[in-house]
Design a protein around this ligand. Structure first.
Ligand SMILES: *[C@@H]1O[C@H](CO)[C@@H](O)[C@H](O)[C@H]1NC(C)=O
Ligand SMILES: *[C@@H]1O[C@H](CO)[C@@H](O)[C@H](O)[C@H]1NC(C)=O
Ligand SMILES: *[C@@H]1O[C@H](CO)[C@@H](O)[C@H](O)[C@H]1NC(C)=O
Ligand SMILES: *[C@@H]1O[C@H](CO)[C@@H](O)[C@H](O)[C@H]1NC(C)=O
Ligand SMILES: *[C@@H]1O[C@H](CO)[C@@H](O)[C@H](O)[C@H]1NC(C)=O
Ligand SMILES: *[C@@H]1O[C@H](CO)[C@@H](O)[C@H](O)[C@H]1NC(C)=O
Ligand SMILES: *[C@@H]1O[C@H](CO)[C@@H](O)[C@H](O)[C@H]1NC(C)=O
Ligand SMILES: *[C@@H]1O[C@H](CO)[C@@H](O)[C@H](O)[C@H]1NC(C)=O
Length: 616
């Protein structure tokens, strides 16, 4: 680490000095200063929206890496900056007891139901949100290192992911803890710019070595690895060079990265694929929309590919290249690599109910589903976009060739749903047709409005933290939603299975608590966990939906994107000063549920706590 840091600083300082030396501003005049251009310079008119030629990305030097980090700004470093050896976990954890037992079961018919042996379950995270070590050991910056530092107020509490839960150095204790708690699987992501700092070009040996150790460590603790290749941390260099996901060029760069990771961590070593149990190519590509709604983030990044100030065009270009990249990786994995593990991508979508019985509100529900699920539904349909996208978006939606559609069709082994909440949908006041015909309409292109209050004005469920205003505790929504996906929206999912790849809750104002006494009894999250799990089990056992796995977000408190470190989703509390982790009540709610309903509960610690009326 040390050599590249030194070179980095030297290179950056040199360049900054020479640029400044060429400029001579006359600050003595009043009004606008005169610019002394020198004999060989002439004035010109600049327009960054006219940028069309990509900046060549061919220099993969330490100096170039240093410039990228200068673009991000000064990175905080952690007190703990080398891999920590784990200490033994306690045999008994402090946990809820009878004075306030865990939340009772929601659905009595499934109280004694058992899950099959091969049911996949565990906790989840993503690299950017937990790893920290943002600029350590040769890592390149991602756009999510960049934004919190350079885009004022882009993160609600002005925090960054520089250190987060520092799991880059603390992972050995984390996986020992997972083992001690008896958690079967861990769903996490690999950081693309950590293994390929510029997104393309050379591989960073130290980054790969880290993941080698990380995978080995999980394996030695008998924890199944559920691996996401991309969870939003696009290498910043690819934005600079060609506009990242708005250019088709990203497909080849992503596919190369994906192949490298699959070759390394999906290798066939007897008696089975050694490391990875499930592959996800992408996390929630639906948030192309959100990631690009402000793109190019004011004046911060170039505006390539005719996207102007970002918005709808950028979002649908991004979705397009995401689908092509996914299909390419899937095809290679199955047909060339001959991989046999299940591969899919994680979808962000929620149960939507109409605000009234009107035909317009029914159409609004359909449109919300199309613009969430249908947009990335090609693998479950004919490989193309839904009609409601094609007819509304017109030229704003790129088209696939027949060959591309054929490759997208069928390119997922199961449906992965990140289904956190529910929504009410209604037609907009000016009507769906008027909105769909007007790309300037504020509700374009979905042309539906969603709400978190019922038609009678009562909220759909308990609210969450101010940093997650989209999230309401609605366990009753997940059960009909799972049936809807398999039986109505994507009938091709039948027989393939659905994994609830994320669900979780952020208790209101949790970050304002400052003692363990206030923090650890997280009643709303515990209630949410019990309600969701019971409803998911009911979908499986009572409704016959083929739910094959479930993952709680999150392993512990982490960096919640635009909401920052202050919006807490952890089943474990993370003390950001000491970096100690403490299981919250919700963790015991989760573990107890699998103790009751799972077959392969291998807990070595005493994790059992009394639950409602039924003490175990
Ligand atoms: C700076 O501006 C002042 C006022 O306009 C002028 O008198 C002076 O010559 C300028 N100096 C240079 C170096 O251009
Ligand atoms: C690691 O942390 C120690 C103590 O805080 C510090 O002295 C050292 O410079 C750090 N090393 C690196 C490579 O940042
Ligand atoms: C975040 O930083 C900006 C710019 O310095 C400031 O205006 C804003 O008040 C800060 N927000 C918080 C929550 O501290
Ligand atoms: C389109 O929507 C914009 C924004 O609401 C509005 O100003 C404009 O009048 C609408 N155009 C038409 C033709 O309705
Ligand atoms: C839903 O219906 C209620 C009652 O008619 C109405 O007050 C409310 O505005 C509607 N919600 C939306 C999002 O249109
Ligand atoms: C459920 O999905 C799994 C694959 O995830 C499949 O092996 C199994 O046959 C499916 N079961 C049913 C009843 O469709
Ligand atoms: C977090 O750790 C610091 C340093 O060890 C300690 O002073 C503080 O009390 C801890 N906070 C909580 C909530 O336990
Ligand atoms: C459970 O706790 C008891 C002490 O209360 C301890 O003796 C026992 O070893 C623990 N069991 C496991 C599996 O850690």
């Amino acid at each position: 680490m040390a050599p590249s840091v030194n070179v980095k600083l030297a290179g950056a300082t040199l360049l900054a000095t020479s640029v400044l030396a060429q400029q001579a501003y006359n600050h003595t005049a009043s009004g606008y200063p005169t610019i002394t251009t020198g004999p060989d310079a002439s004035a010109t008119t600049f327009d960054r929206f006219a940028a069309s030629t990509y900046l060549p990305l061919t220099d993969f030097s330490n100096e170039q890496l240093a410039l990228l980090w200068d673009q991000v700004g000064s990175i905080s470093s952690a007190a703990i900056n080398s891999t920590v050896s784990p200490t033994p976990e306690p045999s008994v954890y402090p946990k809820p007891n009878y004075l306030h037992p865990l939340v009772p079961a929601y659905i009595s018919e499934v109280e004694d139901a058992k899950l099959p042996d091969d049911f996949l379950w565990g906790v989840a995270s993503a690299a950017l949100q937990v790893e920290g070590a943002a600029a350590d050991e040769g890592k390149g910056p991602s756009v999510w290192d960049f934004l919190p530092h350079r885009w004022a107020n882009s993160v609600l509490d002005n925090t960054t992911a520089d250190v987060a839960a520092n799991s880059y150095y603390l992972y050995k204790q984390d996986s020992l803890r997972l083992k001690a708690l008896g958690i079967q699987s861990y769903s996490f992501s690999i950081s693309w710019p950590r293994v390929i700092p510029f997104g393309k070009g050379p591989v960073n040996e130290q980054g790969v070595k880290h993941y080698d150790d990380f995978f080995e460590d999980l394996l030695s603790n008998d924890i199944k690895a559920v691996v996401t290749l991309f969870h939003w941390d696009t290498p910043l260099a690819l934005f600079n060079s060609y506009g990242a996901w708005t250019s088709e060029e990203i497909v080849a760069d992503f596919v190369r990265y994906a192949k490298l990771m699959i070759e390394r961590y999906g290798t066939y070593i007897l008696p089975s694929y050694k490391y990875t149990t499930v592959w996800y190519t992408f996390n929630e590509p639906q948030y192309c929309n959100w990631r690009f709604s402000g793109y190019p983030y004011g004046s911060l990044l170039p505006s390539y590919n005719g996207i102007g100030t970002g918005g709808v065009k950028a979002a649908f270009l991004c979705g397009h290249y995401t689908l092509l990249a996914h299909a390419e990786v899937y095809d290679w994995y199955k047909n060339v690599f001959k991989g046999t593990k299940p591969m899919s991508f994680k979808n962000s979508a929620n149960w939507i109910t109409p605000n009234s019985t009107s035909a317009a509100d029914a159409e609004a529900v359909q449109r919300v589903n199309d613009y969430n699920m249908g947009w990335f539904g090609g693998p479950w349909t004919d490989g193309d976009y839904p009609e409601s996208l094609r007819s509304t978006l017109g030229d704003l939606l790129p088209t696939f060739t027949q060959e591309q559609k054929d490759k997208i069709k069928g390119s997922a082994d199961f449906y992965a749903l990140d289904g956190y909440t529910a929504n009410i949908a209604a037609a907009p006041p000016n009507g769906i047709a008027a909105c769909a015909a007007n790309s300037s309409d504020p509700n374009f292109p979905s042309c539906a409005v969603t709400a978190t209050v019922q038609p009678d004005g009562f909220p759909i469920g308990p609210n969450s933290d101010a940093g997650a205003t989209w999230l309401w505790s609605t366990p009753g929504g997940i059960r009909p939603y799972l049936s809807f996906i398999e039986n109505e929206y994507f009938p091709k999912v039948k027989g393939k299975g659905i994994v609830v790849s994320e669900f979780g809750f952020a208790d209101p104002a949790e970050s304002q608590f400052n003692t363990l006494g206030q923090i650890l009894w997280d009643l709303r999250r515990a209630d949410y966990i019990q309600g969701f799990l019971d409803n998911i089990l009911a979908a499986r056992v009572l409704d016959g939906v083929n739910v094959t796995g479930v993952f709680a977000w999150a392993i512990y408190d982490n960096f919640e994107w635009n909401s920052g470190l202050g919006t807490k989703f952890g089943l474990q509390y993370v003390n950001l000063t000491s970096q100690e982790r403490h299981p919250k009540a919700s963790m015991f709610q989760f573990l107890n549920w699998f103790k009751l309903h799972g077959q392969d509960q291998t807990a070595t610690a005493n994790i059992t706590a009394p639950i409602g009326h039924k003490r175990i």
